[in-house]
Write a protein that binds this ligand. Structure first.
Ligand SMILES: C[S@@+](CC[C@H](N)C(=O)[O-])C[C@H]1O[C@@H](n2cnc3c(N)ncnc32)[C@H](O)[C@@H]1O
Length: 309
């Protein structure tokens, strides 16, 4: 009962999470691309947006951005350590007075009125961690939105390549010598991951069929006091569109941040990132390519949807 929420809360309460999350763009190229894409999408559509709800706002990548652009933001998250990190960063950016920090679970948004916020947003999969309540949570996010909604969730088609490539993340290390614990672990275990790998068609077919990553094993680990990764529901593009449409969202646009970047080997990506002119041109082009609905499912991790209510 309620295992997804409890597992997610324990995972995101790990004390170092806030600091690691806030350093993502300094460590991983796919995170640079994803953040750039979402940021552009938000800033292009800020007309008439004064109040914002950010659900699963983490260390404040987007809540702080919109506060800096003059919005009043409710930064809502299940994890107090993540909120504490966001507060520290908001203070550094001089926008503490424009952000209200609330600790809570997306599964319970009953405290908020219909259409209370001009823009409701939730990025980088918090909705996917609310399985089996993800459809109801989307409905609640739409309910409290007055003008616009923007959500990014785990992408099923985008997650499937991980099942055939245990070293996919290595492609996106900005610096292989970085002092990040996950980078260190991936570099040290690269050969072992390849040697120990064998493709499981059953696992791929299962994920394609039910969209669920995690389950019984994670529950057992949690019960033994462990900190497994969140049980995650990954959406198909047409499914997400259908759910939003059924909630009354209009002008739905889907995109797949990272779809272009994931086709490029690491050596080339690093070269592009280390040249400011190429980096700018590349990110401009990624935004255009990844905004095509034809590639939205292949976003690196995430499927992004925006729309009007
Ligand atoms: C990958 S982080 C994304 C943070 C932020 N949206 C961003 O894009 O930088 C996921 C966040 O969702 C939060 N979260 C996970 N499950 C949640 C739930 N059921 N209710 C509210 N927040 C949740 C976590 O604490 C974490 O801060």
């Amino acid at each position: 009962m309620d295992y997804s929420r409890k597992i997610s809360e324990r995972q995101w309460n790990l004390p170092e999470k806030g600091e690691l999350e806030s350093r993502r763009e300094a460590t991983y190229i796919d995170d640079i691309i994803q953040k750039d894409h979402i940021q552009r999408k938000l800033l292009e559509n800020l007309d008439g947006i004064k109040t914002v709800f950010d659900g699963g706002a983490g260390s404040g990548r987007f809540s702080i951005l919109l506060a800096k652009h003059g919005c009043r933001v409710t930064h809502f998250d299940i994890s107090q350590p993540m909120i504490d990190k966001a507060k520290e960063l908001a203070a550094r950016e001089g926008v503490l007075d424009r952000i209200t920090f609330v600790k809570g679970a997306l599964e319970d948004l009953g405290a908020y009125r219909d259409r209370e916020f001009d823009l409701v947003m939730s990025f980088d999969a918090p909705v996917s961690y609310t399985w089996p309540n993800q459809n109801r949570v989307i409905g609640e996010l739409v309910r409290i939105a007055g003008k616009r909604i923007a959500v990014s969730v785990s992408s099923r088609l985008g997650s499937l390549p991980y099942l055939a490539n245990p070293i996919q993340k290595n492609q996106f290390f900005l610096d292989e010598q970085a002092d990040d614990p996950f980078v260190r672990w991936c570099v040290a275990n690269r050969e072992r991951m390849i040697d120990g790998f064998s493709f499981s068609r059953d696992a791929a077919e299962k994920l394609l069929y039910d969209g669920l990553m995690g389950g019984e094993d994670e529950i057992a680990q949690y019960e033994q006091g462990g900190t497994p990764w969140c049980i995650t529901y990954a959406f198909m593009p047409d499914e997400l569109e259908r759910i939003l449409s059924a909630c009354g969202v209009k002008n739905i646009r889907l995109s797949g941040p990272g779809a272009y970047g994931r086709t490029i080997p690491r050596d080339i990506l690093v070269k592009i990132m280390n040249d400011p002119k190429q980096k700018k041109d590349f990110l401009d082009f990624c935004y255009r390519y990844d905004s095509s609905p034809y590639v939205c499912g292949m976003g690196k991790d995430n499927l992004l949807a925006t729309g009007e209510v």
